[in-house]
Design a protein. Sequence first.
Length: 223
Amino acid sequence: MISMGVSPFFRTLRGLGRWRGSPNRFQPFNHTLPDRYPWLFSFARETLSDGPERSLLSFGCSTGDEVFTLRRYFPAAAIKGIDIDPRNIAECRRQARRFGRTDFEFTAGDSTKMEAAQSYDAIFCLAVLCNGNLTTSGAERCDPVLRFATFERVVKDFVRCLKPGGLLCLVTTNFRFCDTDAAAEFDVALNIDPSLLAPDVLFDRSNRLMKNVRYTEVAFRKH
Ligand SMILES: C[S@@+](CC[C@H](N)C(=O)[O-])C[C@H]1O[C@@H](n2cnc3c(N)ncnc32)[C@H](O)[C@@H]1O
């Protein structure tokens, strides 16, 4: 399915190859794997159940493994993938054609601004709202590479797009959801064992490193 849901602003950025300079750009690396978070996908399936009325978003879907994996857990749901890199979206579409699948939607974009309010049962944003270079470089601050304010803005729009009772899944971020104002609208739905966490470091609302802090809350249910 070819999506028309790309904002004129983003279409211009994409046309000029300028999406790399988007103020919303987080993780610059594309690494992905099939069934990368089985504990999370199983939890989401058990919590939400499957059905044609279910609608799922993989935000930062890279080259598509996450979307194709979600189909295995949710055979009947509507599933959409968004990625900032148009080359990744082209690869997602190529893979879907190769598998003979037309039951996905893919679109290039750097936010959920074009998505309808209260339209998703779950948003998966996994290994996206981070930048691996911050961990490997031993940075004491995350700005100007990333800013908490940008994280909060992106997440706030996820909240708008989720239905009441919807699941927000945030794994491997450089910030904590509990530090955002939006967290007051959610209950923690899943806490994981620290051994499942990637080594990524965390920064506070003022963009300062929170030394030796691990954050094990990864899924949140909207009131
Ligand atoms: C490491 S990959 C994660 C892929 C997949 N979610 C997973 O966990 O396997 C990070 C992806 O986030 C995308 N990304 C970074 N900032 C983004 C943004 N603002 N909007 C959409 N995608 C973004 C990158 O292009 C990249 O494909």
